[in-house]
Design a protein around this ligand. Structure first.
Ligand code: TXA
Ligand code: MG
Length: 316
């Protein structure tokens, strides 16, 4: 075994790792990302290998600002207006790829579109700006497992084999919302930390939803995803004996492992706590985690999407 790499102590150290074609995990406002120089195919390949991720599942390229994003993606006026409204922030825009701009084919998995995002976390933007090129980054977890919202999740998931630029707990706790902009049509490919209602309010009309399981051009769509070791029982009004309980809002007393996503029933707080609470209940060793019903409005759409995937039959 190779010795565990030391964590970078500064943004400049982390940028130097990326510059040398190495991986470095870093915080964003959504979840921790497993970063590589998006223009270096050898580096990007390490992401797929380290995560055990299928090569046909493209990566998001993180940019420091709109100017960098425009070097790699074709922005229609509609796409630009969405970027102006929601960047920096938890929105990924899938737009036509600018051919020959230098992005590794492995990032786009050979598609003629590219997923771009300008993250809101200042350290993430500093890191990308220091590298001077987009950073390809999926969530920093082994493929199919819970997404990391603190640096220790990353260290545990990869047994310390991946250097992590410490950036505190993630503010949103859920991955970005992904939308594709094709002509005049806006399609949500993945619910996420930006509520669909907010996008629709900005556009003034409802947006299309990708059919569930619409091939793999649609993102994060592998059915069993975000899986803890324990089985999940959703919409549970109360836990059975022996189960761990993940509550939302006022909850009955429970003897076993118990955490509340948000005692006050706040979906923002629940989103922030979702993956870390699931990880903690999973670590309690319970065979089953009962999860309280979560309303399907606002961020509840993304929370329920992740819970349904975590509860789906495992195919790993
Ligand atoms: O919040 C996030 O989005 C985090 C942080 C690190 O930014 N990243 C993240 O990456 O969740 P990942 O790889 O776990 O999910 C990215 C999704 C994938 O499911 C992929 O299918 C989709 O984005 N995607 C990327 N490029 C695409 C494209 N050109 N067309 C359709 N989907 C794309
Ligand atoms: Mg992921």
């Amino acid at each position: 075994m190779k010795p565990a790499p030391a964590d970078p102590q500064s943004v400049a150290d982390a940028a130097a790792l990326l510059q040398r074609g190495q991986l470095c995990a870093f915080a964003t406002e959504t979840v921790y990302g497993l970063g590589a120089d998006a223009t270096n195919s050898d580096a990007v390949l390490k992401i797929y290998e380290t995560k055990g991720r299928p090569r046909f599942n493209p990566l998001i390229s993180h940019c420091a600002d709109m100017e960098m994003a425009e070097r790699f993606g074709e922005f229609s006026p509609l796409a630009r207006s969405l970027a102006d409204a929601f960047w920096p922030g938890p929105l990924t825009l899938v737009v036509p790829l600018k051919p020959g701009a230098g992005l590794s084919d492995l990032v786009t998995a050979g598609l003629d579109t590219v997923g771009l995002r300008v993250p809101a976390h200042p350290m993430a933007r500093e890191l990308i700006a220091a590298l001077g090129r987009p950073v390809a980054a999926p969530s920093a977890n082994p493929s199919g497992r819970l997404s990391p919202t603190i640096a220790d999740h990353v260290r545990t998931a990869f047994s310390g084999a991946v250097p992590v630029l410490e950036g505190g707990p993630c503010q949103n706790g859920l991955e970005s919302t992904i939308i594709a902009v094709t002509g005049d049509t806006v399609t949500q490919l993945r619910a996420g930390a930006l509520a669909r209602e907010d996008i629709e309010a900005f556009l003034g009309h409802p947006i299309a939803l990708a059919a569930p399981n619409a091939a793999i051009t649609a993102p994060g769509m592998l059915k069993s995803h975000y899986a803890p070791n324990a089985a999940l029982r959703l919409d549970a009004e109360e836990p059975a004996s022996g189960e761990a309980y993940l509550a939302f809002g006022p909850a009955p007393a429970h003897d076993g492992p118990f955490l509340n996503l948000s005692e006050s029933g706040d979906l923002r707080e629940a989103a922030r706590n979702l993956f870390s609470h699931l990880a903690r209940l999973d670590a309690s060793g319970a065979n089953s985690i009962a999860v309280a019903p979560i309303p399907d409005t606002g961020l509840g759409e993304a929370i329920n999407d992740r819970l349904e995937r975590a509860a789906a039959p495992r195919n790993r």
